[in-house]
Every structure is written in C-alpha cells, then in structure tokens.
Write a new protein. Structure first.
Ligand code: HEC
Ligand code: HEC
Length: 335
C-alpha cells in the first residue's frame, strides 16, 4: 500500500470509528434514558410530522421495570428476540437484520412504528393479505418479509414472547389504531417527482458512511449491532413494507441519518428512498415464477420499483431466492 493509500485508509478507519462511537452513544442515550428524558425523546415531533404526532405520545415503561416472575421472563425473551432475532429466533430469520433496526429503541420509540402503537391496533383488516389479522399474524408478516425468513407457526414461543413484550410495554396505552406516535409519520408528497439520481447523491453524502457505498451495511466484529444492510442478499426482501417508497421515505425522514433525524428535506427523503428501493434484494416470497406477473399481482403501484427497469436492469429478475441463507450458529428457538 502506498503512503497516500495508507493515510486515506487510516482516515477512513478513524471516520468510521467515530461513527460507531457516535451511534453507540446515541443508542445508549436512548435506552438508558430516565423517564424524564424518555418523555422528551418520545414527544419530540420531527419538524414535518403531521400535527397528529404533536400530541404527546405514550411513554412505555423503562426496560428495567420488567417483572421478575415467569411472565417477566417471557417479556424479557421477547425483548431479546426483538433486538437479536438471529440468535434468539434463528430458525425464522433469513438475513442480518434485527427488528430494532426499523423499530428503534427496542420497538419503543414514537414515530418509529413502536410495538405499543401496534399492540393496541390489532386485530385489523390488512389489504396486503385481504383479511382481518391478529397481532400474532402481523408479527408473522415481519418474519416472512422484513426478516426474509419464515413465519413462526401461531402459538410458537417466538410469537408468544414478542406478543408478551409488546403487551407489557403497552399497559396503560389506549386501545386505538390512531394512537399518536404509531407507525412512521405520513410524509407529504415531494415538491418534484422523486428522482433516482438525486437520491444517489443524497445517499453518498448522508448514508454511505454508515450503510456502506453499496448498501451492504457493516458488520461489527464483536457481535454488537453494526450498520444494517439496506439492499442486497442480507437485507429485507421484495415483499417487505420498507420496500415501498412511501414507507421508506417516511421512516427515513423521521429516523435517519441516525442521530440527525428530521434533517433531510421531504424531497431528499423521497429521492433517497427511491434510490434505496430500486436496488436488487432477495425475491418476493410470493413470486409466481414471472416478474411481470408478480408485479401485476403484488406491486402494481407507483410505490414499488419491483418489475421496472432501472439502469437497464429488470428489478426482480436477478434476485436470490427468498428465505435467506442457512446460519452457521443455528440454534433452536423451540420451547
Ligand atoms: C426492514 C425494516 C423492518 C424490520 C427489520 C422489521 N420491521 Fe416490522 N415493520 C416495518 C415496516 C416498514 C412496517 C410498516 C409500518 C407502517 O405501516 O407504518 C412494520 C410494521 C410492523 C408491525 C405493525 C406496526 C403497526 O403499527 O401496525 C409490527 C407488529 C412489526 N412490524 C413487528 C416487527 C418484528 C417483531 C420484527 C422482527 C421479527 C420486525 N417488525 C422487523 C419494517 C421492519
Ligand atoms: C450514523 C450512522 C448512520 C447514518 C449516517 C445513517 N444510518 Fe440508517 N441506520 C443506522 C443504524 C445504526 C440503523 C439501525 C438502528 C438501530 O438498530 O437502532 C439504521 C437503520 C436504517 C434503516 C432500517 C434498517 C434497514 O436495514 O433497512 C434504513 C432504511 C436506513 N437506516 C436508511 C438510512 C438512510 C437512507 C440514510 C441516509 C439518509 C441513513 N440510514 C443514514 C445508522 C445510520
């Protein structure tokens, strides 16, 4: 390596170390928060959030308030699965993501699709599968699509644990699908049509440092959470909610860049979401054998790039099979 290359590499390593330290401190700040700071975190509206989210959001109990009895053990297992599903629910996980990568602060943060907002909103009709879903069935969907894995059977300990965790943190919240802070705050349409090229520039300037120039994320060597993959074989598959421009733009606007949430313009959020969701990722598990037919049946919307041609490539035509890769450390998640 030349001296110049060495010093560039050293500078890059320093920069990354800085980002990692910064992220750890952001994480620590969020999760060790006393109830008072939590209130501040939970109720800080992002600048463009709809007025609805300005109503103060529900504050879930701190993690250290979990009961110590048998119910508490199940709640704790749910939290462990939520933060590290590859180890605690490995049979059902096919990528390197964690539930908490998209539902921040262990599923507790308002406007980051918190589990307390979800728990009080089911059973509910979902157009995605055309029937009324229980909370457990909603959980199954995130394993199949967001985690690119398999749905745990209803009644499986993994679902019981996640449901217990969600129920425990929701005690005192109103049963109401419109509860403030649920989901990702709906974003206004962008002033100009979203654009892949501009999105690429937003990505390079604001995201690549943590998520990598090719969206593959960065794994930490010590097993601590690194930076999750935004596309490619280790990310969510084509059927996932984050694959919709609308959901991704809303998530990004409210939560990214981590630690600088709300700093991107509405336009930037839509542009970068369009760029991110126009890259190859694992196949949609509902794939019919034809990209055109799969688009027609499941992606027939201006919110999905699946089955469209981007940079000369038909998206979905080169996707690895859904369901993910076998894990080296396969452990049983069965009771
Ligand atoms: C790649 C990002 C991602 C990952 C990883 C992920 N989810 Fe989600 N999840 C989403 C998106 C996007 C939605 C839809 C949010 C919305 O519609 O506002 C969602 C919705 C949900 C909902 C319903 C929320 C509501 O208010 O109706 C639940 C429950 C849920 N996820 C649980 C989980 C669990 C449990 C895991 C881990 C096994 C997980 N998710 C992993 C992105 C993700
Ligand atoms: C300072 C580092 C950092 C920056 C910069 C950053 N992110 Fe993230 N991002 C993270 C981390 C860490 C997580 C997981 C959060 C967690 O687990 O608490 C994440 C999660 C995500 C997720 C959900 C998980 C997944 O893999 O799909 C998306 C989408 C995302 N980021 C997009 C972006 C975009 C787009 C930008 C640029 C506008 C960006 N991020 C900038 C660190 C960063």
């Amino acid at each position: 390596m030349s001296a110049i290359a060495r010093s560039i590499a050293a500078a890059a390593a320093l920069f990354l170390a800085g980002a990692v330290a910064y992220v750890s401190s952001t994480r620590a700040k969020v999760s060790n928060a006393t109830p008072r700071t939590e209130a501040a975190v939970a109720s800080t509206p992002s600048p463009q959030a709809p007025s609805d989210s300005k109503r103060s959001a529900f504050i879930p109990p701190p993690l250290n308030a979990m009961p110590k009895d048998d119910f508490g053990k199940m709640v704790r297992l749910g939290e462990q699965i939520f933060e590290d599903p590859a180890h605690h629910a490995s049979a059902y996980v096919g990528n390197d993501l964690r539930c908490s990568n998209c539902h921040l602060d262990a599923g507790r943060l308002a406007n980051s699709a918190p589990m307390w907002g979800a728990y009080v909103s089911y059973p509910a009709y979902r157009s995605k599968n055309g029937h009324v879903n229980t909370f457990e069935e909603r959980l199954q969907g995130c394993f199949r699509f967001s985690m690119n894995g398999k749905a745990p059977p209803l009644g499986d300990k993994v679902l019981v644990a996640l449901e217990s965790y969600s129920y425990w943190m929701s005690r005192g919240a109103r049963v109401d699908p419109d509860i403030a802070g649920r989901g990702y705050p709906k974003l206004d349409k962008p002033p100009m049509p979203a654009d892949y090229k501009r999105g690429q520039q937003v990505y390079d300037e604001n995201c690549a440092l943590c998520h990598g120039a090719h969206g593959t994320g960065r794994q930490a060597n010590d097993g601590s959470p690194g930076f999750p993959a935004l596309w490619g074989p280790d990310s969510f598959n084509w059927g996932a909610g984050m694959g919709s421009f609308e959901n991704a733009a809303a998530f990004i606007r409210a939560n990214m860049p981590l630690g600088l949430a709300g700093s991107l313009s509405v336009q930037d959020a839509w542009d970068v979401a369009t760029f991110m969701d126009s890259q190859e990722r694992p196949q949609d598990p509902r794939f019919t054998g034809s990209v055109a037919e799969t688009r027609q049946r499941f992606h027939n919307s201006s919110n999905s790039a699946y089955g469209t041609v981007v940079n000369g490539h038909l998206l979905g035509s080169d996707s690895i099979t859904s369901g993910g890769h076998p894990r080296a450390t396969e452990t049983s998640s069965r009771p």
